[in-house]
Design a protein around this ligand. Structure first.
Ligand code: ADP
Ligand code: MG
Length: 404
């Protein structure tokens, strides 16, 4: 279903305005991405509804309405549709059939088809190949015959489940055929892709927002540092990566979004290969890794460093409001705040962190900290890259986060 522009505020004629009929936007999922979507929508004057099975969730806590139901529960979906003028999602594993149901009656962005492709590494890689963007050499493994037929050249490699992997979960590194066979057993012989291990110099991501009319705007590529498979640090400023690759990464992301006829915010993650490596000579320096059909952790700095954040753009794409090219007004570095910082029960020294100039603290309202759990993030903005680096490193020291 395409969308007529959905304006914020009270609906109805002048006579009924103020009668309490507030235009409401819905989101499938109650995590931190849903929370920041809800906050952006509310700032513009929309009411919000969150569908999430948990009694307490980061987005449910701050939304006008929280529909506590399973993602496939027909009653819950009916309630969401009844409340909402349009519906978005905040995590890629929302069941595609739920989006089909919603999409038959309401504008839903991103749509079931695009989300279905992003949920499955096999379909996702095929899409990248279709777009002509280089991927790591890979093989699909769905049967013992395909396992046996894997080319030696793909080893050492990483075996990744086709579905439901995130933050480094659902993948195993293998260096021999015997290890590969054992790893596939360990992953319960589900559909997988085996990717050749590439010599990475760095990783980056590009976030675009594409509207119902096909217009597309983008943020500049972010440089991302992962630790233990989880994003740790994002650096967003001019000069953060080789300038020759900046335009290439943006163009690749736009073509991936256009080919999907994508509507909403899309993040595409890339590898930058080591310059002198054989892989870079044969594949090129920029390799697409994966995409997320939603705002992304690596774009959280846009809340504090840009005139439009990735969540503002999610609201605008969903409602058909104008898409403007966002402008970054400050260099930025984001540090992820994982549950590890709370593990001894004490609160981290926020008073000292907030004494640093340009510090912006975002905590997601999660009641329980655990190792590797994303509890919040800290963004540093400032006049110069040197200043932002100095304050971000000072915060990392205060928090016991390894320097970068
Ligand atoms: P997830 O869905 O868990 O984020 P990814 O496919 O992005 O899974 O892999 C997690 C991390 O593992 C990547 O960010 C990268 O650091 C590393 N990695 C993944 N694939 C490769 C590869 N083919 N070669 C080298 N490193 C890789
Ligand atoms: Mg990843």
């Amino acid at each position: 279903m395409s969308v007529k522009t959905i304006l914020p505020g009270t609906t109805g004629t002048a006579a009924t305005a103020g009668s309490g009929q507030q235009t409401t936007l819905g989101v499938m999922g109650g995590g931190q991405l849903g929370r920041m979507f809800v906050q952006a929508a509310q700032a513009m004057g929309y009411f919000t509804a969150v569908l999430d099975p948990d009694v307490i969730s980061p987005a449910g806590l701050v939304s006008h309405y929280h529909i506590q139901s399973d993602y496939l529960d027909q009653q819950g979906l009916a309630q969401l549709m009844q409340r909402c003028a349009a519906i978005t999602t905040e995590f890629e594993n929302v069941p595609a059939p739920a989006l089909v149901t919603l999409g038959a009656h309401r504008p839903v962005a991103p749509g079931a088809e695009a989300v279905g492709i992003a949920q499955d590494r096999i379909k996702e890689k095929a899409h990248f190949v279709r777009c002509g963007v280089p991927v790591a050499p890979y093989a699909v493994i769905e049967s013992a015959a395909q396992l046996a037929a894997v080319a030696d050249d793909l080893l050492p490699g990483i075996l990744k489940t086709a579905r439901l992997g995130y933050d480094g979960k659902g993948q195993l590194r293998v260096s021999s055929r015997a290890e590969l066979a054992a790893a596939w057993d360990e992953l319960k012989n589900v559909a997988c892709v085996l990717e050749k291990m590439l010599p990475l110099q760095a990783e980056c991501s590009v976030i675009v927002a594409r509207g119902w009319d096909g217009s597309c705007v983008n943020f500049a590529p972010q440089l991302n540092l992962h630790r233990d498979g989880i994003l740790a640090v994002t650096q967003a400023y001019e000069g953060n990566m080789p300038s020759a690759l900046v335009q290439q990464a943006v163009e690749a992301t736009k073509s991936i979004a256009n080919e999907l006829r994508y509507v909403g915010v899309l993040c595409v993650e890339f590898f930058l290969l080591q310059d002198d490596s054989k892989a870079a000579q044969t594949l090129g320096s920029l390799i697409v890794n994966e995409m997320a059909p939603r705002p992304h952790n690596s774009g959280h700095y846009t809340l504090d460093a840009c005139d439009l954040s990735q969540f503002d753009l999610q609201v605008r794409t969903l409602t058909g409001l104008p898409l403007l090219q966002p402008r970054q007004h400050s260099p930025a570095i984001m540090l992820n705040l994982l549950g590890d910082l709370w593990i001894d029960g004490a609160s981290p020294p926020w008073d000292q962190v907030l004494a640093l100039p340009g510090a912006h603290l975002h905590l997601y309202g999660k009641l329980k900290a655990s190792k590797g759990r994303k509890m919040g993030h800290l963004t540093f903005t400032g006049a110069t890259v040197a200043e932002v680096r100095a304050t971000a490193l000072a915060a990392a020291r205060l928090l016991g986060i390894e320097a970068f």
